[in-house]
Each structure stands twice: as C-alpha cells, then as structure tokens.
Write a new protein. Structure first.
Length: 505
C-alpha cells in the first residue's frame, strides 16, 4: 500500500512509522499516515486507535472519541481500547459512559493498571472519591512506580479532606518523576492550603512549565526582587480575576524597588487597577504591552517578597475607586434603614471546580426572608438567570450596571455587606476593606487555608465552611443566624475581631 509519495510500505510498517511520528511529537505527520492507512483498510483497528490518540493529543477530543469508537466496533475485545475510551469519554464530559468503558476494560483484564487508573479518574470526576481511591490503590499495587497514579490518589485524598495523605502522594509522584508539572502544581496548592507558604510558593513556580502559551511572549529576564531603577518591569496577571485582585496588594512594594512599572491584567480589571497608589501604567492582557526590560507574574510576587503565613501583607484597603463612581453608587443605593447586602452564588462556569464552590440560587432563599435586609444581586454571567428562582421582588438585580470591576467596587462601597461563594467579588470586597462573608466548599481553594473562619489576607472577611462535602444547608443556616444577629444590633459581627478566631464546627 502507498502511504507516502516516496515509498510503498506494508501495513504493519506504516503503522509503526505513524507511531514513531506521534512519539516524536510530529502529530500532523502521524495523523496523515493513519488516514492513508485507513483509505486502504477503513476498518483497521490499530490505525483507528492510533488516530484517536493522535487526535486526543492534538486537542480534538470529539474526533478522538469517534475514531476510537470505530476501532472498538472493528475489534472490541481489546482492554487498552476500552481503557483509553474511558479517558476520552471523560474529556468530552460523557462521564457515565467513561465509567462504563472503564468497567468493560477491567472485565477484559482485571489486572490492568492503566484501566484502573483511568476508571479512578472517571469516578473522581463524578465526585465518587471512595471508588476512585480504591481504583488508584489497586493500580498502584500492580504498578507502584506510576507517578500518575500517585498524583491522582493525592487529588482524591485531598478531596476527602486528608491533606496530610495528599501531600505524601504528591511528593511520591514528584520523586518518581521530577519534571511532573501537574504533581508539582498539586503539591504547591496543598502546601499553601496547609499554611506552608515558604515551600508552597517555590513549588508554585512549576506552573510556568505548563504547555500553554503565555499572554505575552517573554524573552526578557525574570524579575526576582532586585532594584530595577532605570528599567521597566512588566507584571502580568494570570488565572482568574480573583487571583489578580488578591495579588495586586504587592504592586506598591514592587514599585518601590525601581523604575517604571507596567501591569497587564484582564480587561475588566484595567480601570480599577489604574487607581492603584502609587499609579502604574496598566494595559489589558489582550494587548501588546510597551517595551519592558524585566517581567514577573502576579502570582510570583509572594515568592519574590518572601511571604510567610506570619508576614502576609494584609493592610487594607489597597484598592480605591474614583470619587465620581462612589458618589453615583451611593445615590443609586441610597434610602431606607434596611441593611444593604449584596449576594453572589456562582463563579465562572468555565472554571472546572465551580460546581464545588458554587451553589444553586434557591438554596439562598432562607436568607431573603430575614426582616430588615435589602438584597442586591451582584451575580453576573450565565448564573444570573437563576434570579428567576427567587420570589418576585425579594432582590434587586444590579448585573446590568456592573460593566467592569470598578462599577462592582462602587456598588460594594455603597453596601453594608456582601455574602458570596468563592468568586472574585469577595476578593474585591476584602481589598476595599468592606465586610464580606464567604461561603466555602468543604475542601476550598488554597488561599482560604483550613479550619479557620478568618482570612490572613483580608481582615474584614469571615469564612463560613461546609462541615461536610456538599453540605450547603448548614452554611446558609449559619449565615442566616449571624445576619439576624446583625439586624438585632450586633453590627460588630459584620467583620471578625482583630485577633481572629478558629472555626468551631
């Protein structure tokens, strides 16, 4: 059969060449070879399986699934095909089918560590952590040197609330595979979650090695805290809006070490960041920045400044809003003696863990029955449609006026309190020194630490944690009780006492 313009190759040799091209990262060449094989033998299972892997690695999960389904239709009794199908179904959100494919793979070969690992991942994605842990442990019993299985086991143990076991798993994964970026990142987040900032910030630098393109091509030297007088330093935002707001606190300290400072952040934050003191040049991440000599990521600034749990720069407010914006929002929300409270229940849906940190709007309905409180929705994006689930007239929707974070900040300054799940809004409230009550999932983001109801980052913030995974009812009950106490005259409860206190249950 002819698979290239230069030579004729037997089927097995052509397939071997295609695999060689794939292993070398030449995915386009590998894909072309697979298609040429399939032109001659359309139902060749080996070529279809390899094509599925190539498409998977190229970022075409739907095409990968279609190719692998064809391979299984041609030769369905191959455990490897079913194990890979479990992973590919998972990538396209077909979770129940992923579990079924993983179970078929184990029926064909009960002692297949890859199938066990992939089935564990499928269970993990369905929040079935006990089953995921069982799969990972069985996989490791068969293949104890698998860094991927150790890393996955760590993630499942962390989801169950066992940070100590998770740390051991991530460290084992890194020991087995020192350049394992995902394991380093998981280790970093868990170290930070447990308050080991000194080790966590260093591990977090591994995120730069992810196979993603930076917002701006960076060939200049990375800034590590040295004086940069006479030079221009570019500081780039990363991740989500909340992350950027969290770390903007470091900009004055960075500006004090040298010359010109340029800040690149997502567009909705640009106007807000331009009111920083001292002022810095602010551009959108989507734009080409001016010439610069040094660069640093916002999330690397805690490492640059050697932040420990005891030295968190918690002076607030570190953000401000133009006086005309503040006045407009004061006028917009003026009047009445009721407590004015903003409400947010979901972050961006594109964020993979949003299903854990968000709650359905109707769960908050008991709060809206508290007398003497005027409610204002600060919810934006697709979840704001859930406003229709609230009783008519119980809450005022402000989303149409929240065109960027400056407008949201103006609204927060006119409110007495914001009650929110883990989104960018409580970060903004904390940065403005406004009272914020944050409702947290059982296993929260690293910055909220463990077993406490105060935040070292935001002195005006209170944390309300799930006592068990998925248990939002108790959280809402606690918020309602505290809010009622505030209405009864105990306004000191809006923010925690200066000494802080531990979470009691």
């Amino acid at each position: 059969m002819r698979v290239t313009q230069e030579r004729w190759l037997p089927l097995a040799q052509a397939l071997s060449l295609a695999e060689t091209e794939r292993a070398a990262g030449r995915l386009a060449a590998a894909e072309a070879l697979c298609h040429r094989i399939l032109q001659v033998v359309p139902s060749d299972a080996g070529a279809l399986h390899l094509l599925a892997i190539v498409l998977h690695e190229k970022g075409d999960p739907i095409g990968a699934v279609e190719a692998l389904e064809r391979a299984i239709a041609a030769k369905g009794d191959v455990p490897l095909y079913q194990a890979n199908l479990a992973e590919m179904y998972r990538r396209v959100g077909r979770h129940e089918e992923a579990i079924a494919a993983g179970q078929r793979a184990l029926t064909l070969n009960p002692d297949n560590p890859l199938a066990l690992n992939n089935l564990g991942i499928a269970y993990y994605d369905r929040d079935q952590y006990d089953r995921a842990i069982e799969c990972y442990r069985r996989s490791l019993a068969l293949s104890p040197g698998s860094p991927e299985a150790h890393n996955n086991l760590g993630s499942a143990m962390l989801a169950q609330g066992d940070a100590t076991a998770a740390l051991a798993c991530f460290r084992h994964a890194v020991a087995l595979k020192p350049d394992y970026v995902d394991a380093h990142n998981n280790l970093a987040m868990t170290l930070l979650l447990t308050g080991d900032f000194e080790s966590g910030w260093s591990e977090l630098e591994w995120r730069h090695r992810r196979v993603v393109r930076p917002q701006v091509p960076l060939s200049q030297q990375q800034w590590r805290g040295e004086d940069f007088t006479g030079k221009t330093l570019l500081i780039q935002g990363e991740e989500g809006h909340g992350d950027a707001i969290h770390f903007l606190r470091y900009l004055p300290a960075a500006a004090a070490r040298g010359g010109k400072l340029v800040l690149a952040v997502h567009r909705p934050l640009v106007r807000l960041a331009r009111d920083l003191v001292p002022p810095v040049e602010v551009v959108a991440l989507e734009e080409q920045p001016p010439r610069f000599d040094l660069h640093c990521s916002l999330m690397s600034l805690p490492l640059v400044f050697g932040t420990t749990l005891a030295s968190v720069p918690a002076q607030v407010p570190y953000l401000s809003v133009a006086a005309d914006v503040v006045e407009l929002w004061q006028q917009r929300l003026a009047g009445g003696s009721a407590l004015k409270v903003g409400l947010v229940w979901s972050g961006a849906l594109k964020y993979g863990h949003n299903r854990h940190r968000a709650m359905a709007a109707e769960r908050l309905a008991p709060l809206l029955e508290i007398e003497g409180v005027s409610w204002f929705s600060l919810q934006v994006g697709e979840p704001k449609r859930e406003l229709a689930r609230f009783p008519h007239g119980k809450i005022t929707d402000l989303s149409g006026e929240l065109t960027d974070f400056t407008e949201t900040a103006g609204a927060l300054l006119a409110l007495d309190l914001v009650v929110s799940t883990d989104t960018a809004v409580p970060h903004l409230a904390g940065a403005l020194a406004r009272p914020a009550w944050v409702m947290l999932a059982f296993m929260p983001d690293w910055r909220w630490l463990l077993d406490r109801e105060t935040s070292p980052w935001y002195p005006t913030m209170r944390l309300f944690r799930q006592p068990r995974r998925g248990e939002w009812g108790t959280v809402v009950e606690r918020v309602a009780a505290e809010l009622q106490a505030v209405r009864n005259g105990e306004r000191w409860r809006l923010s925690p006492p200066a000494s802080g206190r531990k979470h009691d249950g």
